[in-house]
Each structure stands twice: as structure tokens, then as C-alpha cells.
Design a protein around this ligand. Structure first.
Ligand SMILES: [Fe+2]
Length: 292
């Protein structure tokens, strides 16, 4: 028996993993303990700071509901989410880049015909989205799926709206035989991540703003291809250069072309100014994705 000092405690904790029969878990926990102890030694963490950290994580857990995921927000704002994505989804051959899922994905959005308006009764300037889903070889991918979601034109997601408003600005659209998609929604605007919880307190203490540039979310998938969780960012939006969750990528910035009131690409008459945006998504085949 021996007392632990500030160095030997790390070896002692790692030694307790000797019976662990999951090699990957053992590797991850060994590294986690090593870095965590190094961090505590590095900053010479005080007891008050330690209890503050425990309370912060407790508050983060308590802030989570079936419609709010404060831990994802914490991961996003500390750049961990985009780091994990960057390590695991290297874009290549001009394939579509990934970015953060964010806290507002809601499984089970309705499957809608091409051309549908996803944003019925949603505030915001109309925007008509179109383009193709292609392989990296340029071949159109028929039957590809876009699982789409966004906030409204004021930056509010359905999950944040008071009362139970149900799904808004969400939908699934399949491509046609030529790999084409088109749908109507709104032009998203910049918005703050939720600041009324522990992550908001952290951001204020760090001296950071909470804003994300305007973007629409989508998960793009096709048979035989790696699905990609991504966004389209609105060119010219505020905060493109300082996304609070570090998710902005140049290749995902799309130009929203403004039009006066009149006939939209879908043939419908729009009584207000509207936007059109075209963007092609290129997916890697699964074999190439697995080899990356
Ligand atoms: Fe978002």
C-alpha cells in the first residue's frame, strides 16, 4: 500500500483498467483519465472550481428534455462536435462536406412530394430550393433522400415555439430519375443558440456571442452511398465568419437569388419577393467512404 501523490494517482486509476476486456473502451478511458488529470494539474483546479464544474454538468443534464439537448449544445459550442465530424467524415473528390447535426433534429419528418412547401404557416421570406444529388463521378442518384429542417425566418425552430406546434419547416424529399430535387421553404436567418441555460451562462462568461449564420439543415442519403449530415449556409449572412458552433464551411455556402413578387420556379404565384437557390450534393460511394 502507498499513498497517492499528484502524479501517481493517474497511474493508479489507469491500472484499475487491467481487467477491462474491451480494448477500445480501455484505450478511450486511459486517454480520458490521462488528459483529465493533466488538465486538473495544469490549471491547479481549486475545490470551488471543481464543485462549480460538477454543478455546471448537473445543470446541463437537468436542462435536457425530449426536445432540448443541452449536452449537444455544449459539445457544439466547445468545438467538439465539429472535431468528431472532421475526424470521421473527410470529404474527398469534391464530395459533400459534413457539419454539425445541432440540437433541433426531429426524427420522423413527413415524406413530401417534390415541389412541396415545407414552410406552410412558417414566418419568413419564401425560398425555392433546387438541384441534384450526384455521385462523385457525376452520375445522378435517383431516389436519394433529403431530410430537411430549419428554423423560421426569425431564427426560431418549431421545438422552441411556445405550446405544442408540431413539426414546422421540416420534410423529406426524394430525388427523381435524374437525381433532381426541388422544394419550397423560407430563407433562414441567423439566430442565437439557446442562451437561457448553462451553456448560455458559459458563453457569456467566455465573452462569446451565441449566433449562428443563417442555414438550412439536411441529411442527404442515397442507396450505396455514405449519408451526410450537413447545412446550406446563406451567402452574405451575418456571423458566417464566427459561427458559435464552428460549423461553417465555405463549400456549403449557397447564393440566395432575390426575385420580385411573381411567378416562382414551381409555377405558383408568390405575392411577395422571394429567393431561389440551387445546390448540387455529391455523395461518396459507401466503399470509398469506409476506406477513408
Ligand atoms: Fe440550425
Amino acid at each position: 500500500m502507498s499513498d497517492f501523490d499528484e502524479k501517481s494517482i493517474t497511474h493508479a486509476v489507469i491500472a484499475r483498467l487491467s481487467e477491462c476486456d474491451d480494448p477500445r473502451f480501455k484505450q478511450v478511458m486511459t486517454s480520458l483519465v490521462t488528459h483529465l488529470h493533466d488538465f486538473v494539474r495544469d490549471v491547479k483546479l481549486t475545490e470551488q472550481e471543481w464543485i462549480t464544474a460538477i454543478q455546471f454538468l448537473t445543470d446541463t443534464g437537468k436542462a435536457c428534455t425530449d426536445k432540448r439537448q443541452e449536452f449537444i449544445l455544449l459539445s457544439d459550442t466547445l468545438g467538439v462536435s465539429i472535431l468528431v465530424i472532421t475526424l470521421n467524415h473527410q470529404a474527398e473528390q469534391g464530395s459533400l462536406e459534413s457539419t454539425v447535426l445541432g440540437p433541433y433534429y426531429w426524427e420522423g419528418a413527413p415524406e413530401l412530394p417534390r415541389g412541396s412547401n415545407l414552410a406552410v404557416d412558417v414566418k419568413g421570406e419564401p425560398a425555392f430550393y433546387s438541384g441534384r444529388v450526384l455521385g462523385v463521378d457525376g452520375q445522378p442518384l435517383a431516389g436519394a433522400l433529403l431530410d430537411i429542417w430549419s428554423g423560421d425566418g426569425e431564427g426560431n425552430y418549431d421545438m422552441q415555439m411556445p405550446g405544442d406546434v408540431g413539426m414546422k419547416a421540416r420534410g423529406k424529399i426524394h430525388t427523381d430519375e435524374q437525381g433532381r430535387y426541388w422544394f419550397r421553404s423560407i430563407r433562414p436567418t441567423f439566430y442565437p443558440v439557446p442562451t437561457d441555460g448553462p451553456v448560455g451562462r458559459m458563453l457569456r462568461k467566455m465573452g462569446r456571442h451565441p449566433f449562428r449564420p443563417g442555414h438550412i439543415h439536411m441529411i442527404v442519403s442515397a442507396p450505396g452511398h455514405a449519408s451526410v449530415t450537413t447545412h446550406l449556409f446563406v451567402a452574405g449572412s451575418e456571423y458566417l465568419d464566427s459561427d458559435a458552433v464552428f460549423g461553417m464551411k465555405e463549400s456549403l455556402v449557397a447564393k440566395f437569388n432575390r426575385h420580385e413578387a411573381g411567378k416562382a420556379p414551381t409555377g405558383e404565384h408568390v405575392p411577395t419577393p422571394f429567393y431561389t437557390v440551387e445546390y448540387d450534393f455529391r455523395l461518396r460511394p459507401v466503399s470509398a467512404a469506409a476506406a477513408a
